[in-house]
Design a protein around this ligand. Structure first.
Ligand SMILES: [Zn+2]
Length: 297
């Protein structure tokens, strides 16, 4: 009798698997996830603060279709997601609003979706992935459950540098930067070996700086170099930037400066954004995180 039950159970299970597989083949949308969704206060907050003003969706529920199936990922905690939604609004969206004078810039160019994942993701070579962007439409932020969202250094390292980085990709893909930028480091880019080419830890940072790259990742490709200059500049104080140039020394600093001059002028001439004003506004908002109520919706 018991055997029969098990047998039936297995048959049902296989039938269920078969049905879900064929559903997968027929329809890439996850029907089950959509059906189970009940709108909560946070969903309504997202509509008010992201969807209506900016036409951006803030996805904190991990849906299979939005995640890379190659990784073992877990969903973001609700509380952390609320905190991060408020921080992204204040430290990023509102910053660009303030600098450009309206919500139009974010509405027109910012990725249409921010997607949170609770766990980190790793590449095959062990590199931790902080964020990914797909075709300028979506930014995925990983490791949401493991960071202290009140630690500005952590926030910048894990999220805000990534967000500025990905956003800058959209800008240069929309309106290209001058070709003169590509000539400065020319054939020096190291592609995928950026994470090993300069050694490890702070020694790697220093070696990359001396070679004229603001970060090791900037040495991977010319577009990455361009956006790393923007993302690093706006998330660091003037003193930190100066310290990097000092480390870069007499060989690296002139290379970084000549690249940054092109970056700065491009942002000003093409987008009417003064990177000094953008940085000051980012830093000002960072200092005012304490004014926010990050938990109350
Ligand atoms: Zn990039």
């Amino acid at each position: 009798m018991k055997k029969n039950k098990i047998y039936i159970f297995i048959v049902v299970l296989f039938a269920a698997l078969f049905v879900s597989c064929s559903e997968d083949d027929l329809n890439s949308e996850s029907v089950i996830t959509e059906a189970q969704r009940v709108e909560n206060d946070f969903d309504r907050w997202i509509v008010k603060h992201y969807v209506t003003p900016y036409n951006i969706d803030f996805k904190y529920r991990m849906e299979d279709i939005e995640s890379d199936r190659d990784y073992n990922l877990i969903p973001a905690d609700y509380t952390k997601s609320v905190q991060l939604a408020k921080l992204v609004e204040f430290l990023c969206l509102n910053v660009y609003d303030e600098v450009t004078g309206s919500k139009e810039f974010i509405r027109d160019y910012f990725p249409k979706m921010i997607h949170l994942v609770g766990s980190p993701a790793y590449k095959n070579n062990g590199d931790m992935i902080l964020g990914t962007a797909e075709g300028g439409l979506k930014i995925t932020l990983y490791n949401v459950n493991n960071i202290n969202v009140l630690n500005v250094a952590d926030l910048n390292y894990y999220y805000f540098k990534t967000i500025h980085h990905e956003f800058a990709h959209i800008l240069h893909q929309t309106r290209p930067y001058p070709t003169a930028f590509k000539e400065i480091s020319g054939s020096e880019y190291v592609k995928d070996s950026w994470s090993s080419a300069w050694g490890s830890g702070s020694a790697a940072d220093a070696a990359a700086l001396k070679a004229g790259f603001i970060t090791p990742y900037a040495s991977s490709a010319v577009d990455e170099d361009f956006v790393e200059l923007i993302a690093t500049y706006v998330t660091n104080t003037e003193a930190t930037w100066a310290a990097r140039l000092k480390t870069a020394g007499t060989t690296g600093a002139p290379i970084i400066n000549s690249k940054f001059e092109i970056v700065y002028n491009y942002m000003l001439d093409t987008w009417n954004i003064d990177l000094d004003v953008l940085r000051d506004t980012v830093l000002d908002h960072q200092e005012r995180i304490g004014e926010l109520d990050l938990d109350e919706l």
